[in-house]
Write a protein that binds this ligand. Structure first.
Ligand code: PGA
Ligand code: ZN
Length: 417
């Protein structure tokens, strides 16, 4: 039985307001959650509530969402005997009564859902990942995808592609994967500095050099991987890209480094890139509205790289089903706040599993020290997690949680396959 639900306004990693929520159960267990927030959001994501009062935080305050938690949500949940998280999440969905959680705010709802999951886990004496683990699924430690170069809307440079990640797929353990991430990140910083580039950071803790062409960044990454003593490729350290291309798609063309490319030309460019560099995964290679482009992309490159839909799918079970039917991609990004409850997130992941699709659990560019996504990735055995650079507290909190889980469990590490 839930006895109390509450929230306060705190700051996220980008100095924007967000919520810290607390759920207390009648047995006295209580748990907190910090709510993440994106910048390159998909148009079909659940909608977060922002106050819009321009005299405070430039309109970005979340006091209305906080009031919804402390008022309406607390009144609806307190003293009710919920058997499990799914019932709490259904009560939140029913109370909000919109399709995109815009009435109470997806930020309010997801904060309560995550804190409730943690409270139930604590109450049952289980690790959070054990509580979340679906029946019949083998838990495992995911390959961390460290975002080491930031562009797009996450950095003030001219780089159109948003994320350049390194993935130590061939590492023997999380501890060694984190070591590889850290050593390559440090090597990359030295390389950038030696070539006269600034080594300031973007929103997810990666470097944000003034480089325009993605290929030039990829060449530097391969050099950094080699010079740090690792092997570039799937048996060592591979590369993953999230161009977040909806952000540079205008009037039917991809505007990249001074060029204007059609969908087919953009796919040609990716084909060239994956033939030249050890890129194993491509997220949001095409825009969320370019479904025919995605079908072409999957037909042409789907057996060579994992093609992950983020803005395209928004962790939304209905959209994922449509994409599966249309062969629009072959994997889904998973962000809890895109859909708004933990139960719906687990449902989205189940649909992917049943279709043989990979799932890539993800942070947001605006984060807190909350480590929920580390446990979610472990519980579902999905093999992939991205939480930004191997630097900055809100990013490393998730990787450090994986190390902690590895230390106290006997779980295996690596991609599911
Ligand atoms: P966001 O970006 O959190 O700013 O939306 C992350 C992503 O595109 O994967
Ligand atoms: Zn993305």
């Amino acid at each position: 039985t839930v006895s109390k639900v509450s929230a306060v306004q705190i700051l996220d990693s980008r100095s924007r307001p967000t919520l810290a929520t607390t759920v207390t159960l009648s047995d006295g267990t209580s748990a907190r959650a910090g709510v993440p927030s994106g910048a390159s959001t998909g148009s079909r994501e659940a909608v977060e509530a922002r106050d819009g009062d321009l005299s405070r935080f430039n309109g970005g305050g979340v006091l209305d969402a906080v009031a919804h938690v402390n008022g309406e949500i607390n009144a609806a949940l307190a003293a009710r005997a919920f058997a499990n998280l799914a019932e709490v999440d259904q009560a939140l969905i029913d109370l909000d009564a919109t399709t995109n959680k815009s009435r109470l705010g997806a930020n309010a709802i997801v904060g309560v859902s995550i804190a409730a999951a943690r409270a139930f886990a604590n109450s049952e004496g289980l690790a959070l990942w054990e509580y979340l683990q679906p029946a019949g699924v083998n838990a495992r430690l995911p390959v961390p995808h460290f975002n080491v170069v930031n562009g797009g809307v996450h950095a003030p440079n001219n780089l159109d592609f948003q994320e350049f990640m390194i993935a130590p797929i061939g590492a023997p353990s999380i501890a060694e994967a984190v070591r590889a991430g850290s050593e390559i990140y440090t090597k990359l910083k030295q390389l950038l500095a030696s070539k006269g580039f600034a080594t300031g950071l973007g929103d997810e803790g990666g470097f944000a050099p003034q480089i325009d062409r993605p290929e030039d960044v990829l060449a530097l990454l391969v050099q950094a991987i080699n010079e740090a003593g690792y092997r570039p490729g799937r048996d060592g350290v591979a590369i993953a890209l999230d161009p977040a291309s909806s952000e540079f798609y205008r009037d039917g063309f991809y505007k990249i480094a001074g060029e204007s490319l059609s969908s087919t030309e953009m796919i040609d460019r990716y084909e060239e890139i994956i033939s030249t560099y050890p890129v194993w995964l491509l997220e949001d290679g095409l825009a969320e509205s370019d479904w025919s482009g995605w079908e072409q992309l999957t037909a042409r490159l789907g057996d060579r790289v994992e093609l992950v839909g983020d803005d395209l799918l928004c962790t939304n079970p209905a959209i994922i089903k449509e994409a599966i039917a249309r062969h629009a991609c072959n994997a889904s990004l998973i962000k809890v706040n895109q859909i708004g409850t933990v139960s719906e997130t687990l449902e989205a992941m189940r649909i992917c599993r049943d279709a043989g699709w990979a799932q890539f659990v993800s942070h947001r560019s605006g984060e807190t020290e909350d480590t929920f996504i580390a446990d979610l990735a472990v519980a579902t055995g999905c093999g992939h997690l991205k939480s930004g650079a191997p630097a900055r507290g809100e990013r490393v909190a998730k990787y450090n949680r994986l190390i902690e889980i590895e230390t106290v469990s006997t779980l295996g590490y690596g991609l599911t396959t």
